[in-house]
Design a binder for this molecule. Structure first.
Ligand code: DAH
Length: 356
């Protein structure tokens, strides 16, 4: 082909490019022109056959065609790609403002205890805590002894423990009376620094208006090399503000006694935080982890110390959401769930625990 005919070829290819309606037909045009046996590639192969004095001009003309074709393909590809994205966006469009379809998703409810646990976990996650777990069936050693409650200690009587029948093998098991054994499990299996919360079911042989034989607690544990009571107070204050969704919450730290902490404190909040000013409500037990407990887990109490707390999950759920009777929480009454439960689509956030 002589260089004077190049123009015609180029015009034809550019027409084909413009007519390509999608990426795959554009690719077919590219292969027909620039592919191994494409029309433009054939011109390139022709350079060698030209007389010496015409090689340069011929080569330049071939390159001009090649460049024009390549840039037309690139431009067309950009247009087709953008159109493909637009078409996909249009076809996958979802109206997120549509109401949920009637069905199980709209009917089902999250139990307030689960909801409140999610809220608590999110607040503590923000402070660097992770979630730890332990079994409901525990050994006496983890539930009591290593928590500085040796056999015959009077604190054992306070717990109204459910013991399992002895099997004749291994230690006698019990239903854990608190989530504190998860502190022991964590300290025995992880190296400090430790920052965990541990939610779970706990059991005590007790039943009246404010007690059920099974209830929920959430335990907190921080172990590090320079932890002090200021950290404990700050942490619990931040938690209460976030949980009750108030800018300020008045708290009272009352001296108390737990075998596994020294000093120990019970914490009350001014019920103004939940719209009932003038009353103090006890929400948790806490303290600096007793050196014996740290030693019982194989850590050196001269090097490590920390704080712990234990909170009734059901209790704080009742306070926050105005639930009057603890026993109703576990009666599996659908009408109760419809009233106090949470829609599965209400995700808890730090700023707003729920939307009801
Ligand atoms: N385990 C205690 C109970 O069930 C609650 C508690 C108090 C847990 C103080 C703690 C703590 O970690 O430091 O009554």
């Amino acid at each position: 082909m002589s260089t004077s005919e190049f123009g015609q070829l180029e015009v034809q290819i550019l027409k084909d490019i413009a007519a390509a309606a999608d990426v795959s037909s554009l690719d077919a045009v590219r292969v027909a022109a620039l592919g191994k046996s494409g029309s433009v590639s054939a011109l390139t192969a022709g350079i060698a056959k030209q007389p010496a004095d015409q090689k340069k001009a011929y080569g330049a003309a071939v390159n001009a065609v090649k460049t024009a074709v390549q840039s037309a393909i690139d431009a067309r590809k950009a247009v087709l790609d953008a159109a493909a994205v637009d078409a996909r966006l249009a076809s996958e469009r979802a109206d997120v403002t549509l109401p949920v379809r009637v069905g199980p998703l709209a009917e089902g409810r999250i139990h307030p205890v689960s909801q409140v646990f999610d809220e608590v976990a999110e607040i503590f996650a923000d402070m660097g805590f992770s979630v730890a777990e332990g079994p409901d069936i525990e050994t006496d050693d983890l539930n009591f002894t290593r928590l500085n409650i040796p056999p015959e200690h009077p604190a054992r009587q306070e717990h109204d423990t459910f013991y399992l029948s002895p099997t004749g093998e291994g230690p006698r098991m019990l239903l854990r009376t608190h989530t504190s054994p998860v502190q022991i499990r964590t300290m025995m299996s992880q190296k400090p620094p430790i920052r965990i919360i541990a939610p779970g079911r706990v059991y005590r042989c007790d039943s009246d208006q404010t007690h059920t034989p099974m209830f929920h607690q959430i335990e907190g544990l921080v172990i590090d090399e320079a932890t002090h009571m200021g950290h404990l107070k700050w942490c619990l204050e931040e938690f209460c503000k976030a949980f009750f969704e108030v800018d300020d919450v008045k708290m009272r730290f009352r001296a108390s006694h737990f075998p596994f902490t020294e000093p120990s404190m019970e914490v009350d909040i001014d019920a103004a935080a939940i719209g009932k000013p003038g009353r103090w409500l006890e929400i948790l037990g806490s303290g600096m982890v007793h050196p014996n407990v740290i030693r019982n887990c194989g850590l050196d109490p001269e090097k490590y110390q920390g704080f712990a707390f234990g909170m009734g999950l059901d209790r704080i759920a009742m306070l926050k959401y105005g639930i009057p009777d603890l026993r109703d929480m576990f009666s599996a009454d659908l009408r109760w769930m419809r009233h106090y439960g949470f829609s599965a689509l209400d995700l808890p956030t730090i700023a707003a625990g729920s939307a009801g």
